[in-house]
Design a protein around this ligand. Structure first.
Ligand code: MN
Length: 260
């Protein structure tokens, strides 16, 4: 499963934090055991107790009809109701602070400094234009677990007629309107590679986030454009020939700029 590449990448950064994998009941024990072997703690999480009206409004087919993805494709496994499960992180009061990272990401440098950031810190959803710096991408964020916060979230989330077109991402931006911005390097979205190559610098990138098409999908429409990033993910997934990040070539454009 995809989280194997992520967990391996985190362990290779020498983190001193507990690594916890939040998973649904749809994941099988043989998919989970390699994660445990790498030292991850596994945590089964249930869907949130949202109303049946809420659940109907957030069914995949309905969300995609009302609020289609116009900028890129997502694989079919994508289930909107599963996305809200990540709010259960706020129930984990045994931790003072946590850093959430989407399973479709790789941590290529140590990110323990994120534990020093306040709630709620997240990186902007920048992958097409710099005008999007005010939008949140919920793939990486810093939170302070609190059952009280969790209860308040559930109330707002599940309010009558509430509709969250980008699921947890829309909700978190609404719940934390004054979120703190993390540098983009903490959540480099893969489309930056071809849309804003001048932003990409391997010397600073800490987390690569494969938003939209996934690096484990066979020959997706963006595969040719993203080949170096897909090869990097595969190396972490296989656990062999993982390159030294310092030696990776930046996308074209950055190199040209550096020469000038
Ligand atoms: Mn993601």
């Amino acid at each position: 499963m995809a989280a194997l590449a992520l967990v391996r990448s985190i362990m290779l950064t020498g983190t001193t934090a507990d690594v916890v994998v939040l998973h649904t009941g749809a994941v099988t024990p043989d998919q989970l055991s390699p994660l445990r072997d790498l030292g991850a703690h596994l945590m089964l999480a249930e869907h949130l107790p949202t109303s049946s009206e809420f659940n109907a409004r957030h069914q995949r087919d309905r969300i995609h009809a009302v609020s289609p993805f116009l900028k890129g494709g997502k694989p079919l496994f994508h289930t909107p109701l599963d996305n809200f499960i990540k709010l259960r992180l706020w129930e984990l009061e045994q931790y003072e602070r946590l850093v959430f990272i989407d399973a479709d990401a790789l941590v290529v440098r140590n990110c323990d400094s994120l534990f020093g950031y306040p709630e709620f810190s997240g990186a902007p959803n920048v992958y097409e234009t710099l005008a999007d710096f005010h939008r949140l991408n919920a793939g990486v964020f810093v939170a302070q677990p609190s059952k009280k916060t969790f209860g308040n979230m559930l109330k707002m989330l599940n309010a009558p007629d509430a509709y969250w077109p980008r699921t947890d991402q829309s909700f978190l931006q609404h719940y934390f309107p004054d979120w703190h911005g993390l540098p983009v390097f903490y959540n480099m979205l893969q489309y930056v590679w071809f849309n804003l190559p001048e932003l990409w610098d391997w010397k600073s990138v800490k987390i690569v986030h494969y938003q939209y098409e996934k690096p484990w999908e066979k020959d997706h429409p963006k595969a040719a454009k993203l080949r170096p990033l897909i090869d990097l993910w595969q190396a972490y997934f296989e656990g062999s020939n993982i390159p030294d990040i310092e030696t990776l070539a930046n996308p074209l454009g950055t190199d040209a700029q550096n020469c000038g």
